[in-house]
Design a protein around this ligand. Structure first.
Ligand code: PMP
Length: 366
């Protein structure tokens, strides 16, 4: 009987654990191109690597628990208030702690139906109910989010640009969402892919955080900065929210290597610029080439593309995924995100992008 052993709290066993993108090719594949986790194909800034190495010589020392250098560097870089910045072990940690601080048992959290799958995990982990708002044309839909609000709603997660669709909601729409939400509901704008959006109206997001008590923006070093392995995320938030999160975070949630790498990466503006330009070029090229093959792709402003496959079983996403993996190209299945017949492809190196297009051309001819 299971009666005499510790029982997880209600809801925990209903959670589907997060499944990351593939990182291994089938046996015998010589060269692997990992295009399943939206990582930077140019790698991290060499300065960040150097800084991480330098810190590694003194790993007996605890990190600065307040990550002050990194918060100051971010404040200077983005023209923000240091006091409104907080650093996390990846933006995942921020997203989780926001649920832990603001959502309780019997309450609800809303996210977009085709949104990042970590949100329902964080909502369930605090004993609350995740509510998926439907989308229109593969885009988050402000009206359906607002329609999902009840008096039990405590948090709304909105990814912008969205993963896995790569779509973007103009800030006017986010303002409209915010205006329609009750004041006691926390609006979390997850801007993990912000750096790739050239039209940058993220200033408006900053304004929305600064001018209100219930808006938080989350950012990460995992994508454009190429530091996914270092786990560095941050938020820009009103002081009262920082105050709450400071009380529940782990004492040293951000490690010393991450802090040093983050500071150096921020300083290397050329590397980010190169990364964003590389992405821009290959995003356009790859999208166009895939369309020439007759595949529908969701127009993306990010560093990944959602590729839709024909209804024909021979040419399904599952078949394409296996075909590509056998040739070393690892893409992401997105069935769990509500796209059973699509694959998400991160923009890779020139070699990887050309390779995927060539392989898919063969696959579709076969
Ligand atoms: N939000 C979104 C939308 C993401 O795609 C990711 C990366 N999978 C994250 C947050 C988490 O990023 P990290 O924890 O590496 O900062």
């Amino acid at each position: 009987s299971t009666q005499f052993r510790p029982q997880p709290r209600p809801g925990v066993m209903e959670i589907d654990a997060y499944v990351p993108g593939k990182s291994h090719a089938p046996q015998g594949v010589a060269k692997v191109h990992k295009l399943s986790a939206n990582e930077n194909p140019l790698g991290p800034s060499p300065h960040a690597v150097e800084a991480a190495r330098a810190v590694a010589a003194n790993l007996q020392l605890y990190p600065d628990g307040a990550a002050t250098r990194l918060r100051e560097a971010l404040a200077a870089r983005h023209g923000l208030n240091v006091a409104n910045i907080m650093i996390f072990n990846g933006s995942d940690e921020a997203l989780a702690l926001l649920a832990r601080a603001y959502v309780g048992e019997g309450e609800e959290g809303i996210y977009s139906a085709h949104g990042f799958l970590a949100y329902p995990i964080y909502i369930r982990a605090v004993g609350a109910t995740p509510v998926a708002a439907k989308e229109t044309d593969e885009r988050s839909d402000v009206d359906s989010i607002l329609a999902a609000v009840t008096d039990r709603t405590r948090i709304v997660y909105l990814t912008n640009p969205n993963n896995p669709t790569g779509t973007y909601l103009p800030f006017e729409e986010i303002r409209r969402l915010h205006a329609g939400l009750p004041k006691n509901v926390l609006l979390v704008i997850d801007a993990a892919y912000a750096e790739f959006v050239r039209r940058n109206d993220y200033e408006a997001g900053v304004e929305l955080v600064a001018g209100n008590e219930n808006v938080v923006m989350t950012r990460t070093f995992s994508k454009a900065y190429g530091l996914g392995g270092a786990r560095i995320g941050w938020i820009y938030a009103p002081s009262h929210i920082i105050d709450a999160l400071e009380r529940i975070r782990d004492p040293f949630n951000v490690n010393a290597v991450a802090i040093a790498a983050g500071v150096a990466a921020l300083d290397d503006r050329d590397h980010v610029e190169r990364s964003v330009s590389h992405n821009e070029h290959w995003l356009r090229w790859t999208s166009e080439e895939l369309e020439k093959l007759g595949l529908r792709v969701t127009p993306s402003v990010t560093n990944f593309i959602l590729i839709h496959f024909p209804q024909d079983e021979r040419y399904s996403a599952a078949a394409a995924d296996a075909y590509l993996a056998a040739r070393g190209y690892l893409l992401r299945r997105v069935s769990a995100y509500g796209f059973p017949n699509a694959l998400r492809m991160s923009i890779g190196t020139e070699e990887a992008n050309r390779g995927v297009v060539a392989a898919l051309a063969e696959f579709l001819k076969a």
